[in-house]
Design a protein around this ligand. Structure first.
Ligand SMILES: C[S@@+](CC[C@H](N)C(=O)[O-])C[C@H]1O[C@@H](n2cnc3c(N)ncnc32)[C@H](O)[C@@H]1O
Length: 206
């Protein structure tokens, strides 16, 4: 069966390549490989997310949920020199590449490329950034989002990019129903950028 980018251990040959990207006015050269998401270029949705959401500079603890080869995590750590960035994925090759890319960007000590289960329980996030893995299916996607949103700091914020044709608008509604107010802050090229906040309100009864 063909590899999917969210396979834990891609079986495809690990053929490395480099891709250039300009993020928040800086040039990056990322190493990518077969078996990881968008290995040929910075994904369009990711680039829209990075263009539309405000770059954080407050020295917080951030989560890059579904880091892939790590473009979001590396850029967050470079822009915010005091930040600690947890870059999680289920794909081991993606995590290896994220660690390499963080090293190349000079931020290896503050980018923690981790399997989901290896993030310490007590870590809370000031911000969650994600181009989430919609293709895992709605039940898994919802489970994943609720798991991590529960770990947002009380005044924390999540920034998500989702394709309109991949259910961005229904996901926005669903997040609100779960007690996470969610607004669309931008819409471009078929993608929605969503801003999600933590709340103490009880979720709507299901
Ligand atoms: C759409 S890609 C985005 C990758 C990267 N952030 C980028 O912008 O290029 C989503 C990523 O989520 C990962 N993923 C899939 N299921 C996951 C899960 N349950 N928890 C965390 N990450 C997951 C995939 O392996 C993939 O790397």
């Amino acid at each position: 069966m063909a590899d999917h980018f969210f396979t834990a251990e891609p079986t495809s040959a690990d053929v490395r390549r480099t891709v250039g990207a300009r993020i928040w006015g800086r040039e990056y050269t990322f190493t990518t490989s077969s078996g990881v998401f968008s290995r040929d270029r910075l994904d369009l949705g990711t680039s829209i997310l990075l263009r539309e959401a405000p770059v954080p500079t407050t020295g917080g603890t951030y989560l890059d949920l579904g880091t892939g080869y790590g473009p979001i995590a590396c850029a967050l750590a470079v822009e915010d020199p005091e930040a600690q960035v947890w870059a999680v994925d289920v794909n081991n090759r993606a995590l290896e590449l994220t660690a390499e890319n963080a090293k190349a960007a000079g931020v290896a000590e503050r980018v923690h490329a981790s399997l989901v289960e290896d993030v310490p329980e007590d870590v809370r996030f000031d911000q969650i950034w994600s181009n989430p893995a919609i293709h895992i299916g709605k039940p898994e996607l919802h489970k994943m989002l609720l798991h991590w949103l529960a770990r947002l700091a009380p005044d924390g914020v999540g920034w998500f990019v989702v394709g309109k044709n991949l259910g961005a608008d229904s996901l926005q509604r669903w997040l609100g129903e779960q007690g996470y107010p969610c607004e669309r802050i931008a819409s471009a090229k078929g993608f929605r950028v969503l801003r999600v906040t933590a709340t103490n309100e009880d979720p709507a009864p299901s």
